[in-house]
Design a protein. Sequence first.
Length: 326
Amino acid sequence: MKQDNSRTAAYTVDSEDYVHVVEFNPFESGEGGSLIAYGGNNYVVIGVCRFPEEDVTVETFVYKTLRTFQHGISVDAIAWSPESRLDALPPLIRFCTAAGDKTLRLFTSDLQDKDEYKVIEGHSDYINDLVFAPSGGEAIASVSDDHTCRIWDLDGNQKASFVLRSPGMSVCWHPAEAFKLMVAEKSGTIRFYDVIKHQAILSLESEQIPLMSADWCLRNPLKVGAVAHNDWLLWDITRSSYPQEKRPAHVDKARIFRWCKANENVFATTGCPGKMNSQLLVHHFGHPQPILIGSASAGSGLSWHRTLPICVIGGYRKLLFWVTEM
C-alpha cells in the first residue's frame, strides 16, 4: 500500500488478481472502519478501510482483509446488505453477488466459523446490477440482459418480476423512498416502480443510447444521473422527464455513473477500459470541467465512501482511492 502519485490516486491496495467490481458498504457498519468488498475472476474479498480523513487517531490510510470467499466464477456485481455489522456479537457479514453463470450468490459469514452461501437461480441471461432493500435487507432486486427486473427474498424465492423493454443496466432502492425501485434500461428509459403495487409510476428518457449506468442520489431523491454513449446526464424528476443537463464526458464511451454520498452536487463517471487505461472523472454540478481526472490500468467498478468524498475503482491487481476536494 503506497501513494500512487503517477495516477493521482491518494491510496492503493494491492490485489492478487484483476479486480472486476468494488463496493463500499453504503450502510452504517459499526466500529472498526469502513467495510469494502471487491471481486475478481473467482473470488470475493471483504476488507475494512480506515482513513485519516474520518478518524483523527489514524495517521495514515489502513486496510485489512477480513475474509476471502471462493466464488468459483467471475464476479459481475456486488451488493451489501444493511444487516452487515462489525460491532455485532458475533459480527455479521452479508452480501450478494451477480455471477458469470447468470445466478446470484448470497453470502453470510460471522468472520469466524460460519461461512455460507446460497445460489439463487431464475435469470436467463447475464445479471448487470443488484441491490438490497435498504430498510431491513429482507429482499434483493436484480436486473439482467434477459429484459427483467426481479425481486427475491433471502431464501431465493422470486417475489416479483417486472418486464423491461431492453436489458436492465442499473437498479437502485432509495432509503428515503423505500417502496420505490429505480430501474435503468439500455434503451435509455429509467422507470420507477411501486414494489407494493407492482406497477410503474414514473419514467425518464435519456434520448441517447446505449444507457450503460444510472444512479439515484442518496442526498436528494429528486436527482437522477446516468451515462449514455459518451455523455453524462442529470435529471430533476420534478421538472421534466428529459435531462436537465448533459455534457460529453468520455471519448471512449462512458461506462459507470455514481453519485457522491457526501455531496449531492458531486458525481463520478468512468470510461470503458481502453487498450491500457480506464479514465475516472469526478464532476461538480455547475462546474464546466471535471474537478478530478484519474486513470487506472484496465479499471473497472466504481464506488463512493458512505460519508467521505472518497471514491474507489478496481484495476489490474489494485484498488485505487481518490480523495475529492469539496
